[in-house]
Design a protein around this ligand. Structure first.
Ligand code: FMN
Length: 377
């Protein structure tokens, strides 16, 4: 079954088993919308996730029908100092558009300069992180701490919006303290300052990822601003996506943890409830391994990929023991051999996927670079 709505079709979709259909889809998740002047071909957005949102993850997200994909948060200080690792995050492949690259920092000048670099790198949208709750970031005056300093936050947005032609979006938490409603004051002020879209993850920074995302706040935010709002937090299924879109009037839903090692969640949320076959799961994992090696180099990819084994093979798809076995193997070649020995039928599917995925235009390998140390937004 080919994907519709401007997305590319791919081999695995037809091979998967239909396990459910959604009877009363009321919101079309493949509807196009605009973020500033950028046309977004779908209402499912793949979340920025530090240590996860590599190019391979973003390209996969687009293949499964995400309308917009995002880089992980990129340090403005790193861009300013020409840090090789940081600059690696600014690589843009030709098939991941539209792409938002997210930056974080505490001061308007460096943020504006970094935004120019991001624009030159070929991103479609500059996203600003006002949501990261991690102390290492907030203690520098960046991330969620800017929700406590709305004047500085607005200065940053104003400076960035003035520096680039691209639309500027902001991703934020509800506030820093539990129960905070600061996003309802800060959000409209940021739109006034030039933000073309707001993404709200309605947990406090203090909550980190505990409790639940209170999307009644998202609904309130939508009623206060004229720009598109993206709802982030606990969207894990088509039913939940529909409920959040209907409850909030948001333009799109963002999907994060549910898509880790699980691009099928994007497809399910779009209304195509196909459980992947074991062949499809292994073929996608192998493609992801190949692409990540190409992107990060073998050494760095080996460590980076370990968490993905459990994500791909979990969810009741394979025995726990099998995942643990893979983590202990010494090379990625051994991992690949073990996977193909367990599911030989994945080889043919992988060939189809590789042919369809092609290779990104940018072939720079970042072997010497350590993986991200930051943990969220
Ligand atoms: C491992 C991880 C890393 C994250 N990194 C970022 C980040 O770099 N920037 C950001 O704005 N949010 C980040 N987030 C937050 C997500 O984008 C999203 O808002 C949050 O996970 C809630 O959505 P979910 O319930 O769909 O996962 C991260 C979340 C996780 C789990």
């Amino acid at each position: 079954m080919p994907l519709t709505g401007g997305h590319r079709s791919f081999a695995g979709e037809g091979a998967a088993r239909v396990i459910a259909t959604i009877d009363c889809v009321t919101v079309d998740l493949d509807a196009h919308w605009f973020l500033g002047a950028v046309e977004i071909p779908g209402r499912v957005v793949l979340a920025p996730m530090a240590g996860v949102s590599v190019q391979a993850f973003r390209r996969q997200g687009r293949r499964y029908g995400a309308g917009l994909v995002c880089s992980e948060m990129v340090s403005v200080a790193g861009i300013e100092h020409g840090n090789e690792r940081t600059l690696g995050y600014l690589r843009v492949a030709n098939d991941e558009h539209p792409l938002a690259i997210q930056i974080f920092g505490a001061d308007p000048g460096p943020m504006a300069e970094a935004a120019r670099r991001v624009e030159a790198a070929g991103a479609d949208i500059i996203d600003i992180n006002f949501g990261c709750p991690v102390r290492k970031v907030t203690k520098t005056g960046a991330g969620a701490s800017l929700l406590d300093d709305p004047v500085q936050a607005a200065r940053i947005v104003e400076a960035v919006a003035a520096a680039v032609e691209l639309p500027v979006s902001v991703k934020m938490r509800r506030g820093t303290a539990n129960g905070s409603r600061d996003c309802l004051k800060v959000g409209p002020a940021l739109v006034e300052a030039g933000a073309a879209s707001l993404t709200l993850h309605p947990r406090s920074a203090r909550q980190m990822y505990t409790g639940f995302a209170d999307h009644s706040l998202t609904a309130e935010l939508v009623s206060l601003v004229e720009v598109p709002v993206i709802a982030s937090g606990d969207v894990t299924s088509a039913a939940r996506a529909q409920a959040v879109l209907l409850q909030t009037g948001a333009q799109a839903v963002m999907i994060g943890r549910a898509a880790q090692g699980n691009p099928w969640a994007i497809r399910e949320i779009r209304g195509i409830a196909l459980e992947p076959s074991r062949e499809e799961v292994v073929a996608e994992l192998l493609l992801f391994i190949h692409e990540t090696v190409r992107e990060l180099g073998e050494r760095r990819a080996s460590g980076f990929l370990k968490k993905f084994y459990a994500w791909y093979l979990g969810r009741g798809r394979f025995p726990k023991q099998f995942k643990q076995e893979l983590v202990l193997l010494e090379s990625l070649v051994a991992v690949e051999q073990r996977l193909l020995a367990a599911v030989p039928g994945a080889a043919a599917l992988l060939e189809d996927l590789e042919a369809l995925a092609g290779s990104p235009a940018d072939e720079v390998v970042l072997d010497s670079l350590p993986i991200s140390i930051y943990g969220g937004g």
